[in-house]
Design a protein around this ligand. Sequence first.
Ligand code: MN
Length: 250
Amino acid sequence: MNILLTNDDGIFVPGLWALHAALREWGDVTVVAPRAEQSGISHAITYRTPISAERVLLDGSVGGYAVSGTPADCVKFGVLELLEEPPDVVVSGINLGLNVGHNVFYSGTVAAAIEGAMNGILSVAFSSCPSNADQLDRVAAEALRVLKMILELGPETALAYNVNLPSLRDGEPEIMFTQQGAVPFGERYRGGEGRGTYQLHIPTGVHRRPNEGCDEHAVEAGMISVTPLRADLTDQDSLRLLERSARPES
Ligand code: MN
């Protein structure tokens, strides 16, 4: 199993290397990750300026490619240039912070998985509750369990998966297949540090009643959320309604 591992928090964060340690027990892992943090960069790519990749060593033994670009750049460049052949799987994470609901659109972690899927490669993004920061090895073990399950059960048409892990307690959390949540976060702008500046504030801990069956609801209930995603944003229901409306009565 050849695995391309990336993230959006940067190549030196513990979340990526915890996942690396779990994955390398199981396959050949090539790390291609951003040199600097790229959280919230979404699916941005670098095409107006050149990018570069340099070999970096973490602790003198394991290493990877640090890319001067975004998570989507890392996957694109990894697949098209760095790796001799396309990987079997693209894995992104572990992001320390959930990527549920509308965050799927802002997340660089998820964008890396979508980029993998755009290249025809099965890709999985892993994000975790920040409260698991001191037990990343356990998060990584759970991530590997989910990855193996996706490879076993995943339909051939579904290439991108968004996985969110709840705050881990005793025992193995249940895995739930979910849809992407759609409840707004209730964001506000507050005065920033500089005169005339504003800072986006995203409230946390507010009970927003996520709809049942969605990613956020599953994580709040202590389950691992697995959402299959697609790069095609077409609203199929509306497309059919529009076609029906436009068709002359016969
Ligand atoms: Mn991040």
